[in-house]
Design a binder for this molecule. Sequence first.
Ligand SMILES: CC(C)(COP(=O)(O)OP(=O)(O)OC[C@H]1O[C@@H](n2cnc3c(N)ncnc32)[C@H](O)[C@@H]1OP(=O)(O)O)[C@@H](O)C(=O)NCCC(=O)NCCS
Length: 176
Amino acid sequence: MDLARPIIRPLGPEDAHAFRTVRLRALQMDPTAFLSSYEEEAHRSLGEFAERLRDDDPAVQVLGAFAGQDLVGTLGFYRLPLLKARHRASLWGMYVAPEQRRRGIGRTLVDEALRRLRAVGTIEQAELTVVSTADAARRLYLSAGFLVQGVVRNATKIGGQDFDEEIMVLRLQTVR
Ligand SMILES: CC(C)(COP(=O)(O)OP(=O)(O)OC[C@H]1O[C@@H](n2cnc3c(N)ncnc32)[C@H](O)[C@@H]1OP(=O)(O)O)[C@@H](O)C(=O)NCCC(=O)NCCS
């Protein structure tokens, strides 16, 4: 198994079980990193997770990183659906299992998501929000070229503690 070169591919409904396991682990272990929470997703059925992966639109995907047979990382993206915002895509659910970190998997996921978004041809910018305390994620996004365009103070509240979120944007291309 070559850990430096994970297999990256879009997840489909057949990956729902693995996706659910990794997603719930992420929400449980890194609650500050995500807007969604373990309590909100733990009760969702396998069918609901499968539904999130059932999209043949290349602008709406969840990428999975596999080390051998194991799903060890995820990154989702979707094109904003409204007509006036269809040139924008949002990234979500970035996660690499703790035992697989610092091996380039996160960077590979971001690079692949951006490559796919550019390939759609009509998406001009990628956007995301990141909690200010997520140092690893912030550094990764900044090194990929994302720029901070704003800060939402007190964006999330976890156990009585408030966290700020940064809005980051990466310009991909201009489409006329
Ligand atoms: C953020 C995360 C996905 C990075 O995954 P990863 O596979 O470890 O990242 P990579 O090995 O590809 O590292 C890419 C870059 O990220 C930054 N980085 C990653 N981990 C870091 C750390 N612990 N400290 C500082 N910078 C770090 C570095 O810039 C690194 O580049 P370098 O190796 O050339 O220095 C992972 O730490 C994670 O899942 N964190 C918890 C969930 C989270 O914060 N998600 C983001 C939600 S917005």
